[in-house]
Design a protein. Structure first.
Length: 122
């Protein structure tokens, strides 16, 4: 076993958490700007990692986890979108190609949508 917090959630529940700490203005955050800045400041030891978040070159944040047979990821994209994905597949190490494919898939979906439907308020 690796370290894990034992979360049990579906993608909508992950988004309910993420949208409240993403620093975007469309939904009020539960944290003020300073703690958000601190939790997303890159580590000196590992430039792509902050306090629990992986930080991309484009300043998107992500956090994921897996257990045998599952993979979950939530992403706060720099372009203003948040994404949560869960699969019943756990890719072998290294996972970079799988996660890159996820990101590309969401980008393609995002480009194809002309209007976003109204949904459950997060």
């Amino acid at each position: 076993m690796d370290s894990f917090g034992g979360w049990v959630a579906n993608p909508v529940e992950l988004l309910k958490i993420l949208v409240r700490v993403d620093g975007f203005s469309n939904v009020p955050d539960i944290l003020s700007p300073e703690p958000i800045r601190v939790m997303t400041t890159r580590s000196r030891a590992r430039n792509s990692f902050a306090l629990g978040w992986h930080i991309s070159q484009s300043n998107s944040w992500s956090h994921g986890g897996s257990m045998p047979g599952t993979r979950a990821m939530m992403v706060r994209r720099a372009d203003g979108f948040n994404v949560a994905m869960i699969t019943n597949y756990r890719p072998p190490e290294p996972r970079q190609e799988f996660e890159s494919d996820w990101s590309n898939l969401f980008t393609e979906i995002q480009r194809a949508v002309r209007t976003w439907p109204a949904g459950t308020e997060l």
